[in-house]
Ligand binder design. Sequence first.
Ligand code: OAD
Length: 367
Amino acid sequence: MSKDLSLTTKDKTTKGKGCSNENHQRLSAGVEDKEMDNLRKWFSDKLALGLGNKDLMEKPKVLHTLDLDGIVDYIKSGNVRNIITMAGAGISTSAGIPDFRSPSSGLYSKLCGFDLPYPEAIFEIEYFRKHPEPFFAMAKELYPKTFEPTPCHYFLRLLNKKGLLLRHYTQNVDALERVAGIPAEKLVEAHGTLHTSRCINPECREEYDRKWMTEKVLADVVPRCEQCKAVVKPDAVFFGEPLPERFRLVEEDFPNCDLLIILGTSLVVQPFSSLVDRVPPRCPRLLINHEEAGNEDPVMVVLGFSCGLQFHGADNFRDVAWLGDCDEGCYLFAEKLGWKEDLKSLIENGCQSEAISTVETGAAGST
Ligand code: OAD
């Protein structure tokens, strides 16, 4: 992957002082599907993009229906071998960890008292170097008292147990995927982890574990390195920092994906959000989330380019949105797949997950 791997956000609405959280606007809002279709055809004819060509306009038949049942049939057909899952904070809210952008309950809505130039500054590395206090004052929210994965986490593990999970890409730093027993080689923690921490002094880089950091956070002190007294920062990736090397697995994984499942994310942070465009052009994409996310950019659609998810256009043949609670969606998904009892038993035996994961996957591979 030649592209820059540093973290950015395309979400401009949280910028600006205060606690604005109006970033859930659909990018295609206000434009009727039919109108969009006509415009698209007109532009493609005018620009000679060839997209009016009947062959190219014909919808491939990969899903019987554009809903959860269509996805279930597709999996049951036996042609699905490599599922990639992509997740965000919404899969952990039922574990008591707030997400970022939900109005009133999201972390960014609770930062009014911190005198930040804009909410996301709290996760910007340059800001953190000068002002680490706001991050640590807020960090209590990120270190939950109980550390239990959700049914959704166990559903992801079930996909792996069924031999269908190619890789799970997560933006979450809570490590609940690990706790749920998804093996390390199946995980890409794209935004790092709170599991470990490190001294920010480049000459030192002393490492500390979660227990050490949790104690400091709960004691309301800015954690200082025991060797050099510089600030110690959790290994979560901050805006302006590079993503982990492991994120480069995108290059080999996404071309082989035959079903993409996206759960609990607003899909506004780059480069994670653009991963939805990296699967093959006919690969079905399912979003399980409270609301639609990652919609296509209408300008690009008019120009005949596809980027983002397209739930409503007349040309849609592969994108499905199941709107609701992640846990509920996963229960329903498992039931429709005939896996209800499997999921139930994984959840009930959750605490034995570490031991079981070794049995499920054998020795850990290099990736
Ligand atoms: P967001 O808070 O932006 O989005 C969470 C999404 O999950 C929203 O669409 C919610 O409506 C939805 N949601 C919340 N709880 C849910 C539930 N129980 N069931 C279904 N949907 C639910 O969080 P992320 O997309 O993860 O990065 O944010 C991406 C990145 O932005 C984070 O990794 C973080 C943040 O800035 C850094 O801080 C570096």
